[in-house]
Design a protein around this ligand. Sequence first.
Ligand code: ATP
Ligand code: MG
Length: 442
Amino acid sequence: MRLSQYFLPLIRENPNEAQIVSHRLMLRAGMVRQSAAGIYSWLPLGLRVLKRVEQIVREEQDRTGAQEILMPTIQPADLWRESGRYDDYGEEMLRIRDRHEREMLYGPTNEEMVTAIVRDAIKSYRDLPKNLYHIQWKFRDEVRPRFGVMRGREFLMKDAYSFDLDAAGAKHSYNKMFVAYLRTFARMGLKAIPMRAETGPIGGDLSHEFQVLAETGESEVFVHPDYLEMDWESFDDGWYQASGRDALEAAVAHFTGLYAATGDIHDPAQCPVPADKLVTARGIEVGQTFYFGTKYSVPMGAVVNLADGRSAPLEMGSYGIGVSRLVGALIEANHDDGGIIWPDSVAPFRVGLINLRAGDAKCAVAADELYARLSDRGIEVLYDDRDESPGAKFATMDLIGLPWQLIVGPRGIAAGTVELKNRRSGERLELAAEAALQRIAT
Ligand code: ATP
Ligand code: MG
């Protein structure tokens, strides 16, 4: 992509409305624009990152055997009357009437809808277990939408729903999702600590919130110091495929064995970690898992026939990940004074190619050639071919945070080299073009 043609509306000054760094940088880097309070349009650069995050989430869901569906954003109120949540949910629910005066709502979550789908389709224990998920926009009319996409009103969520025959099966489904979450966040380079949590309006008695520690996090968290040293990347593909129920159970036990609690359930009197060791910090909730048994299946009549002719209500869990919130959380965890520093796995482009002298014929030829070679190798590149000062070009590249910068200038051309800068380490190397391409590719 040539920057001269790209829709990248940058903002030089810090926008007044943005209180935290991720919100500031997302606006400045032309990733999003606010359309109404807590409602955002995603522009090309931001959408690329959102899609990357979404794809990692999707791959790790698929790996567990969960199957992707897509449910609508608009739901009939009657569905929520079946579970009794229509009146309970309160003002966060955006209630809508259609032209026939039918009561509808913009879904804040989908337990009722997916339960109805499964209830109508699955009649026998032989069809279990199932886990269905979708990645869809949600609306919650938050009292205080703020911090950009971190607490929006409309936001993108991955929500999965597991259906099992009994509590043991449901616990196994829970454990699979739990490990999938550890893998998902680790692939993005995030340390998300699982913490015992309140279940809120979703209900149930087993729940974990996954919290990324960050000064700007909205939750107060209390964690055992050993969590800060843990190896979150211990699940490679092989481990996960080969592991049975017991290994999963043990993994979950390992990652939940130490004390970790959010402010709403932390009790200093009960806390096993001495006060001088306990880490008190703030966290961004990037996901939450719930096991709630038959809370929805009983009132909604979602039952299956058993082998002996009896019937039983489905055992359920639900599992959310804040896909759009993650984009903000990633920036909170990866930035410096110059701007964003994208981890490779979610970067919108892998490399920014800078032509330092757009007016110089030799530079243009050399940069065009590198652009073609990068593109041929399938490396995603944003090519700054604009007629701007070198300073402005460097500042733009630092702001948007691509992992590599490849710089073509008259001095290098004379010497037969290009300059390669690593955005994260700041390391700069003078290399022959081919060597630079190899570095970027690996
Ligand atoms: P919070 O406590 O932050 O309000 P929640 O517990 O109400 O979130 P869940 O029902 O657990 O949210 O939703 C699953 C995930 O969706 C959350 O872990 C979070 O990452 C994301 N999420 C929830 N509310 C918002 C929001 N207003 N804006 C962006 N993401 C959100
Ligand atoms: Mg939650």
